[in-house]
Write a protein that binds this ligand. Structure first.
Ligand SMILES: [Zn+2]
Length: 406
């Protein structure tokens, strides 16, 4: 404030009585969408919001969600079990097609899920969107419209996701190309072995599209055991060869949680060297990679909710604090330091892996902030308190746990 006339407006908004993650109490000055100052006290806000000692956290990042699949905002649909005793991706896809054929339009359901996520403090998300010959680009067009409608409340990165297979499903390759031209930033993939039965074939298309369009990559990998590990090694090899460090993510990577620790360790080291990140949602009914082991090996691990109340499973309310809690719970995380790791998966690490710049509660970063009644990050993770305020680029987008309609 030095050098400015007393009473002059220096900030669009000043958040007072804020608690920072390190325990300090401070005021946060926001100007033109960014954090302009953090200090013991600040004056000169056009608007002042007193937080009463609540904790200010960076906006949460949901690094894996499916906006086109969720039934949030629609009638309740009981889960329909598959007929085969073992999990089959293609059987579930067939059930999903029947469920979604009778569901409300994608735009309506996706909008309801976006509002739910923003109300819970998510300020960035990566949504996969199905690209296949049955849906064509219709779901993509709907999600692109939703992204535009909510751009002041939430940043959405879109993945073109070949849910019915890429090289084994005629017409999909061309549609994926159309999706990239339509403004998608991330090329998706799905079980190159288990779904396409052609690892090199699918990865040629995925990495080829990414190279041509300067896009990132995010591959769903449920393939188990040694086969899944070999695919991870191959993804790491291609990432290194193409100089794509930090731009490739593998979601789920179940194989890493299914093989002996020493085998997982070798592949973890390949992933770390190549700069391939791993996303987990810590599923309750399936082995998943060890967050501890991957991080110790130097792999960036990130978190997402994945399916939310859709034909795949009935759970979820788009809450990344709850997801962090579930990951901590499933990983046996008990200390404050471990709970902070679970939180990091849904904040700093996820922002880094998704290429989100100027992120965090620091001067110069975008004022994407979420406020909760908690004394520290560990308590925020275990208690998942209601989000009292959510700011996107300094604008209040949710208050008292509810999306702010404009
Ligand atoms: Zn998914």
């Amino acid at each position: 404030m030095s050098g400015e006339a007393a009473g002059a407006i220096a900030y669009d908004t000043v958040l007072t009585q804020a608690r920072l993650a390190d325990g300090r109490h401070a005021a946060i000055g926001i100007r033109e969408g960014r954090i302009a100052a953090i200090d013991a006290a600040l004056a000169g806000g056009r608007e002042e919001i007193a937080l009463g000692g609540a904790l200010v956290l960076p906006g949460l990042v949901d690094a894996h969600i499916h906006l086109d699949k969720s039934l949030v905002g629609d009638a309740w649909q009981p889960h329909r079990p598959g007929k085969s005793p073992s999990f089959s991706v293609m059987e579930r896809v067939a059930i999903e097609a029947e469920v979604l054929a009778r569901a409300a339009p994608v735009a309506e359901r996706a909008a309801a899920l976006v509002e739910m996520a923003v109300a819970r403090g998510t300020t960035h998300m990566r949504s996969h969107v199905d690209i296949d010959p049955v849906t064509g680009l219709r779901s993509l067009e709907a999600v692109l419209a939703v992204r535009d409608r909510y751009k002041d409340a939430l940043s959405i990165q879109i993945v073109a996701f070949p849910q019915r297979g890429l090289v084994s499903c005629p017409g999909t390759r061309e549609l994926m190309e159309d999706a990239m031209r339509a403004g998608v930033e991330v090329v998706g993939g799905l079980d190159p072995a288990g779904v396409d039965h052609d690892v090199a074939g699918q990865l040629d298309v995925v990495f080829g599209l990414a190279e041509r369009y300067g896009a990132r990559i995010d591959i769903h990998l449920h393939d188990p055991g040694a086969e899944g590990l070999a695919e991870l090694d191959e993804i790491a090899r291609r990432t290194r060869a193409l100089g794509m460090a930090g731009r490739v993510n593998v979601s789920h990577a179940y194989a890493l949680g299914m093989v002996p620790t020493a085998d997982a360790q070798r592949t973890a080291e390949h992933l770390a060297t190549a700069g391939v990140s791993i996303l987990t949602n810590a599923p309750g009914n399936h082995a998943y990679p060890s967050v501890r082991q991957l991080r110790a090996a130097g792999v960036t691990v990130i978190a997402g909710n994945d399916n939310i109340r859709d034909a795949w499973w009935p759970y979820g309310d788009a809450d990344m604090l709850e997801r962090a809690m579930l990951i901590g719970y499933g990983s046996g995380f008990l200390t404050d330091e471990e709970l902070a790791i679970a939180f990091d998966l849904a904040t700093d690490s996820a922002a880094r892996a998704l290429g989100i710049g100027d992120y965090g509660v620091r001067v110069g970063a975008y004022a994407d902030l979420v406020v909760v009644a908690a004394r520290n990050v560990a308590e925020a993770v275990v208690a998942r308190p209601p989000r009292s305020h959510v700011f996107k680029a300094g604008k209040l987008v949710a208050q008292a746990g509810a999306f702010v309609r404009r």
